[in-house]
Design a binder for this molecule. Structure first.
Ligand SMILES: [Zn+2]
Length: 196
């Protein structure tokens, strides 16, 4: 969990500090999702940021099998987080691949992801605002007016009476989450996890 809120701007500024960005939980999360191997991926990206840019150099530096290094690099490439240049050694005629980590794409991807979540939350908010909800005392069934009405306002689980539910607090909560996502990403991620 980060100490300070991680906004689009702060992700951006941490990226300008090179390898620093790899300490950011949101960045680690993204890389884990893409490569399913956060630890080795982070080591590889650190190498790239520090100027060791061929797969052989990286493999040697972090003592990781060349195959694994390549697999991770191609996964990053596939996600748009890395690019490479191929060049031919005039003497040996062998190809060398020089890799580059696309740090800017990381911010973009995290930012896009947040936008998607905000869009979702806004849809939920609209639904909650435009509908009234009913619940039983045990709160084991919450449904819309239509659903409650179909069941004769009796809870299908406990047979208890279903009563009008004030969804004001839920609406406030959703609004708060939207606000967090729009202003500082990582806190919102944590809030959303708690509520899911
Ligand atoms: Zn019930």
């Amino acid at each position: 969990m980060p100490n300070d809120p991680l906004s689009y701007e702060s992700i951006k500024s941490s990226i300008s500090e090179g390898a620093e960005m790899l300490n950011e939980p949101l960045v680690q999360e993204l890389i884990q999702e893409i490569t399913a191997d956060n630890e080795n991926s982070i080591s590889i990206i650190k190498c790239l940021l520090e100027g060791k840019i061929t797969d052989e150099e990286i493999s040697e530096e972090i003592e990781l099998r060349l195959n694994i290094v390549r697999r991770i690099l191609y996964k990053l490439y596939d996600a748009g987080l890395a690019s490479y240049k191929r060049s031919k050694d005039p003497e040996t005629q062998w190809y060398t691949y020089s890799w580059k980590f696309e740090a800017e794409r990381v911010i973009e991807m995290i930012n896009n992801r947040h936008s998607e979540i905000v869009t979702n939350l806004k849809e939920i908010l609209e639904y909650k605002e435009n509908n009234i909800f009913f619940a039983c005392k045990n709160n084991d069934c919450r449904c819309s007016f239509d659903e409650a009405s179909e069941n004769g306002f009796i809870c299908p689980k406990c047979d208890g009476e279903m009563e009008y539910m004030d969804n004001g607090p839920i609406i406030d909560q959703i609004k708060e989450e939207i606000d967090l996502y729009e202003n500082n990403g990582s806190d919102a991620g944590i809030a959303a996890e708690k509520n899911s």
